[in-house]
Design a protein around this ligand. Structure first.
Ligand code: FES
Length: 1017
């Protein structure tokens, strides 16, 4: 049908099928700012304004929009030429809401940003002075998995102030001394913010936002010009504008759309498959089954060579192992035709007995999932026992430690399967270039692993594959999996056409990867004074149908969480730790990498267990933990025994800021006033009112809890990052990195470090990441390694550049020793104060004398994996009648080394705490008895909205890590680790019941309370 659509005041005549959604039509017409997030509009990524109201473009037909006023993000900052003299930093044409999102650090991956901005615009167009609660409600229809909403809310309030004509508060953080330590306080709230009491009266929300975190500055901190500053993200402007930055934001001629037929059965063999009707459907270009492509065994886990896990997957197989496994691929002119073709494929299955209980997996007679002869094991691995991996680590003499204990505490803990739930689904586009090389444009965390691992699968040499990683709309480990690239690539190889394959949200839930569910048994020996004498953990981990990350995720569970507590006194010198694990196949959706990489599972068990022990022995829970926690100068206990299946190397931990984290966190949460305070626990005046939990105050109890956690920073002797930097004619630089910024801000912090070394502002570093043809190798974004590993490579490359700049400057300034020159303020400055600009040096080196391209290329591998540490606090209200738990406040004090960018780092902590909050109280993937997934959308899998959030507070306790030039450690994963146990411990504090299986749902709390009541009857 022919339609006339008025989009951003421009009339478009277009022809489309009657069934085309407005989302599809808008993107087809080039409005890429509107995004696909899910089929039901529940992510809100497809939000546009229709007659000034936010609506889901994916839920209405294009035809229904005829005669209405459509506004997309592209209307907010229409193009106009940049005036002469202004550089890329010119942002004056942004709408005030976009400007505020950029300035406050409200943009991480940016996939939800256009929708959030439009939702905010609809609010501010009718209410120029909203309360914070009104802002939260207005953007609550747009899910964000990255930010925790703190900064987006502040951005909207800031924009409101600007639109009211008030000057936005753009003060930079100011230094002040607190208790002998320098403390940076955050940005003040936007002007005219109503006081907290007013917010309570207006809406029930108790939340007030603060953009920048508190930072306890390390004594070694230097007064850097760029590093340590809240620099604007290098990609923030284009993301705020909704520019076509993501993998699916381009359209190629004759592009085909891919769809996959997924298995309806959990375990079956394909006896017969007839695709003749599907192939005959007009518009279908290819239908592929297991008979049509080479049978190459591989692992979908994007990891370094050799893959530390079994090779047990095929692009297509004649056996399927979970509901959602692949059966056939289709490429067609439209996705609707491809869907239709899927329905025309006839498959005859031989149903096999299935395995859903990990405790049954290794028993004799259990169904065998992997009986294929091509299976390639890694380390201890036995497919005949459904064993994907086995770990047995003994440190010290555990049996002697237990014999010396006064008390032994044993308990079992259970953690669920949960989803990464990045708002941008997996998406890949493949095409042949003019040299007949296969280009894979994909939303991946691991472009170089994609190229290396897919080459044999596709039957192409590595040199004939180019992988381009554009902006990524969140990954959280889910895109460390090589999950869909092969589908599009096989179809491009079969048809010669470009192919786009984008997961639906249902596919994300049923055919993607997720966090390993585990049963964790703890046994701990303790003396009466609280000295731990031995600690033991056994894990039964469910890897699902394939063993992707089976060994390494579960290995991390023990390696990180069991390393934190080593004991005290003689036990500190020689800790007694045992960590055993069996990682088994079942017919569930495969598990894989998810932010935290096994460690959140471990700390749920360790920190719930520590709390119980402290209470049982009558010890202060903070002092008991600190007494046994590892100290600086001690060996990482696991470094002598394990390194992800490779050779271990003993490693000393240099920096541990845990005690200061506890001190800061205690003060922020009000621990001393609340812990053990019966009046606070029970008095109605302390029980918060909430819009979402309706507490009957007489039945509500307050509680406070803590968890201490540690993570790692990269994988030592393995993770490698590379960087190259070249100088341009005007003294700016191109920084090329293979590291992948998946919304974390890593491009920005890498640019900051390079800019610091080269004495230029961050905007003079033009960052490009990543393209396997142009950028140096990097193992990708995982293991909390980018700032540390790739950052060290960037610093090395920048130092090489700096040396060449100084050599040229010395000649131009007539100096004999170039090393006396320093670079600052875009100049090379001699000891006597004479200076020459980098522009002059660049022109001279490129065009005039001693000509050379000033550049640096470097790579870095670390022999260390310095752990970050944190103290996580939670305050909750529990309704004893319903079991409903309201988390009122989360405080996290983190030692992540030196902080390169407080805005991006605190954004990581806020977003991580929010994901972890879902892990604590509501997120869980559920299956029926036949392995059918119950959770297939964001209705049945709830992630937190802006209007449901507790107050979040982030504190950085800096320590200077000596193994990195700027003293950094990791910060991205550790926020995932402590929220769930801190909430669990707070519930114990509130109502005296232990919930050992997360998420802690109202049903579980109510059942536990009822059991206690029944016991006392
Ligand atoms: S910034 Fe919101 S989903 Fe990534």
């Amino acid at each position: 049908m022919n339609l006339s659509l008025t989009i951003n005041s421009t009339s478009h005549e277009t022809t489309c099928p009657a069934s085309e959604s407005l989302l599809s039509a808008l993107r087809r017409l080039g409005y890429y700012g509107v995004k696909f997030g899910d089929e039901h509009g529940l992510t809100g990524a497809d939000t546009i304004l229709l007659d000034e109201k936010p609506v889901n473009a994916g839920l209405i037909l294009a035809a229904q929009a005829v005669g209405h006023v459509i506004v997309t993000i592209e209307a907010l900052a229409p193009y106009s030429p940049i005036p002469v003299g202004e550089g890329l930093g010119a942002r004056s044409r942004l709408h005030p809401i976009q400007q505020a999102f950029v300035e406050t650090g409200a943009i991480q991956c940016g996939y939800c940003t256009p929708a959030q901005i439009l939702a905010a615009k609809a609010l501010l167009d009718r209410n120029y002075n909203p309360t914070e609660a009104e802002v939260r409600e207005a953007i609550s229809g747009v899910l964000c998995r990255c930010t925790g909403y703190t900064k987006p809310v502040q951005a909207v309030l800031r924009a409101a102030a600007v639109l009211r004509g008030e000057p936005a508060n753009s003060e930079q953080p100011a230094l002040s001394k607190v208790e002998g330590l320098s403390v940076i306080s955050g940005f003040a709230a936007a002007p005219e913010m109503p006081p907290t009491e007013e917010l309570i009266a207006d809406s029930g929300s108790l939340i007030t936002t603060q953009v920048a975190p508190k930072i306890v500055v390390a004594p070694e901190a230097k007064p850097y010009q760029v590093v340590g500053k809240p620099e604007v993200k290098v990609d923030a402007v284009k993301l705020a504008q909704g520019k076509p930055a993501f993998a699916a934001d381009i359209e190629l001629r004759e592009m085909l759309h891919a769809k996959v037929l997924h298995s309806p059965h959990a375990h079956a063999r394909i006896k017969k498959i007839d695709v003749s009707k599907a192939r005959a459907l007009p518009g279908v270009a290819a239908v592929l089954t297991w008979q049509d492509i080479p049978r190459v065994v591989y692992s979908t886990a994007g990891q370094s060579d050799p893959i530390p896990g079994p090779l047990d997957s095929f692009s297509l197989d004649n056996k399927i192992r979970f509901v959602g496994d692949r059966v056939a691929f289709v490429a067609a002119e439209t996705s609707e035709i491809a869907e239709q073709a899927l329905r025309l494929i006839d498959v005859e299955y031989e149903i096999l007995p299935a395995l859903f209980d990990s405790t049954e997996a290794m028993k004799p007679g259990a169904p065998i999932l992997h009986d294929e002869p091509e299976y390639v094991p890694f380390a201890v691995c036995d497919p005949q026992k459904n064993l994907a991996a086995e770990i047995r680590i003994d440190i010290g003499d555990v049996n002697k430690g237990f014999a010396e204990a006064d008390e032994i505490f044993e308990a079992e803990y259970v953690v669920p399967k949960v989803q990464q739930a990045h708002i941008e689904p997996h998406v890949a586009m493949t095409y042949w270039d003019e040299d007949d090389r296969l280009v894979i444009r994909t939303s991946t965390q691991v472009p170089f692993h994609v190229r290396r691992q897919l080459a044999p699968v596709l039957g192409l040499p590595v040199k004939r594959i180019r992988v381009i990683k554009p902006r990524i709309g969140g990954g959280f480990g889910g895109k460390q999996e090589i999950l869909i690239e092969d589908v599009a690539a096989h179809l491009t190889i079969a048809t010669g056409h470009p192919v786009l394959y984008e997961y639906s949200r249902e596919e994300e839930f049923t055919a993607s990867r997720s966090r390993h569910p585990m049963r964790v048994r703890m046994k701990t020996g303790v003396k009466r004074d609280g000295t731990m004498t031995a600690n033991e953990m056994y894990i039964l981990s469910d890897t699902g149908a394939y063993g992707c990350h089976a060994l390494t995720v579960t290995g991390n569970t023990g390696q990180k969480s069991m390393a934190l507590y080593v004991g005290d006194g003689e036990y500190r010198m020689s800790p007694n730790i045992r960590f055993y694990a069996d990682i088994v196949y079942t017919n569930h959706t495969p598990s894989g990498a998810y932010r935290g990489y096994g460690v959140p599972q471990g700390f749920w068990a360790v920190e719930r267990h520590m709390e119980k022990i402290a209470r049982a022995l009558g010890l202060d829970p903070l002092e008991y933990r600190l007494k046994n926690a590892i100290h600086p100068g001690e060996f990482h206990p696991f470094s002598t025994a394990w390194n992800e299946g490779r050779e271990p190397h003993p490693e000393t931990i240099h920096t541990v800021g845990l005690e200061e984290c506890v001190r800061q966190g205690k003060a922020a949460i009000g621990w001393d006033e609340k812990y053990g305070n019966q009046e606070w626990r029970t008095s109605a005046k302390y029980v918060v009112r909430s819009a979402h939990v309706a507490p009957r105050t007489a039945h509500c109890r307050k509680g406070i809890g803590v968890a201490m956690v540690m993570q790692g920073t990269a994988i030592p002797y393995l993770d490698m990052g590379g960087a190259s930097i070249k100088m341009n004619d005007d003294g700016s630089f191109n920084l090329l990195v293979g590291a992948t910024d998946l919304g974390t801000g890593s491009d920005t912090v890498l640019a900051q470090m390079a800019a610091e070394v080269l004495g230029v502002p961050t905007e003079d570093m033009l960052v490009y990441s990543s393209d396997t043809d142009f950028t140096p190798f990097d193992k990708g974004a995982y293991a909390s390694s980018t700032t540390y590993i790739s950052g060290a490579a960037v610093v090395k490359a920048a130092q090489q550049c700096a040396d060449r700049i100084k050599v040229h400057a010395a000649r131009l300034l007539g100096l004999s020793d170039y090393q006396t020159i320093r670079l600052s303020n875009k100049q090379a400055i001699a000891p006597d104060g004479r200076a020459i600009s980098l522009t002059e040096i660049a022109l001279d080196s490129l065009h005039h004398s001693d000509q050379e391209q000033i550049m640096g290329v470097a790579s870095y591998v670390s022999s260390s994996s310095p752990p970050p540490f944190a103290a996580q606090f939670a305050e909750v209200t529990v309704d004893t009648e319903t079991g409903a738990v309201r988390v009122d406040k989360l405080v996290m004090a983190v030692d992540g080394g030196m902080i390169v960018n407080p805005l991006t780092a605190s954004g990581q902590v806020e977003g991580g705490m929010t994901q972890a909050l879902g892990y604590a109280v509501c997120e869980e993937m559920l299956y029926d008895e036949k392995g059918q997934p119950f959770t297939r959308d964001f209705d049945r899998y709830h992630i937190f909205r802006a209007d449901e959030m507790p107050e979040l507070e982030t504190i950085f306790v800096e320590t200077f890590e000596p193994t990195h030039p700027f003293g950094v450690k990791a910060v991205a994963e550790i926020p995932m680790d402590g929220v769930a146990p801190a909430v669990g411990n707070a519930i114990l504090d509130a109502v005296g019941v232990n919930i050992d299986e997360n998420p802690v749902t109202p049903e579980k709390v109510w059942m536990a309370l009822k059991a206690t009541t029944d016991q006392h009857r």
